[in-house]
Ligand binder design. Structure first.
Ligand code: PLP
Length: 227
């Protein structure tokens, strides 16, 4: 179900305003929070409506869906910033590197190794500039991400062995828990590792996330409606 462009415009304006209010209340500049509009499950029409409102940063969780949707748009727009926010399989790393500006879901050594090798091999064809490590703050078995206790070593390995710059950390708190302690934990891991990017907060909890220092909020439903 795709909302009319006017509804998407109104939703975007409301989300931006709410982010700004919470950011200011926390003593932060509203511009210090990047709104990643999550367009997974929605088509080109919905994306065009957001583009018409000046939105340029988008999130997708599947490489193939993103390729089909964004390759034509890339040809007419050079100012997009696409984030991969879903799990990445090692056989899709080359595709992901050519499509996404930011990959938020580094979570295992084998994936980091593949990204490193493929980035070298692709050279200038690789578009990805920023890598985030996903942390499974709730230690949920079904969820991707590095365990909080393993995060420091994982980050150190990616940096030291491969010379990769880690721009941020990302988390998805458990559905049935207060998100605040998870956001606080992610912020703590980032701070002790000298990492400035914090991708946390979705439609239901982005205001809390901004209060806890989110630099990126990933919002789908509150902008585009139900999937
Ligand atoms: C789908 C998704 C979102 C957006 O969720 P909403 O609740 O629709 O805002 C954010 N982050 C990730 C990783 C997602 O998969």
């Amino acid at each position: 179900m795709t909302l009319p462009a006017t509804a998407i415009a109104a939703n975007l304006a409301e989300v931006r305003e709410r982010i700004a209010v919470v950011a200011r209340a926390a003593g932060r500049a509203p511009e210090s929070v990047t709104l990643v509009a999550v367009s997974k499950g929605h088509g080109t029409e919905a994306v065009q409506a957001a583009l018409a409102c000046g939105q340029r940063v988008f999130g997708e969780n599947r490489v193939q869906e993103a390729e089909a949707k964004w390759t034509p748009l890339r040809e007419i727009r050079t100012d997009l910033d696409l984030h991969l926010i879903g799990p990445l399989q090692t056989n899709k790393t080359a595709d992901a590197l050519q499509l996404f500006d930011t990959i938020e879901t580094l979570d295992r050594a084998r994936l980091v190794d593949r990204l490193h090798t493929d980035r070298d091999r692709l050279g200038t064809a690789a578009r990805t500039r920023a890598l985030f490590v996903q942390v499974n703050t709730g230690e949920e078995p079904q969820k991707a991400g590095v365990a909080p206790g393993a995060a420091d070593a994982f980050i150190a390995d990616a940096r030291a062995r491969l010379g990769l710059e880690i721009a941020g950390l990302m988390c998805i708190p458990p559905l049935d828990e207060e998100p605040a302690p998870h956001f606080a934990l992610l912020a703590k891991i980032a701070a002790r590792n000298g990492i400035s990017g914090l991708s946390m907060g979705m439609s239901a909890d982005y205001e809390t996330a901004v209060a806890f220092g989110a630099t990126h909020v990933r919002i789908g439903t509150a902008i585009f409606g139900a999937r």
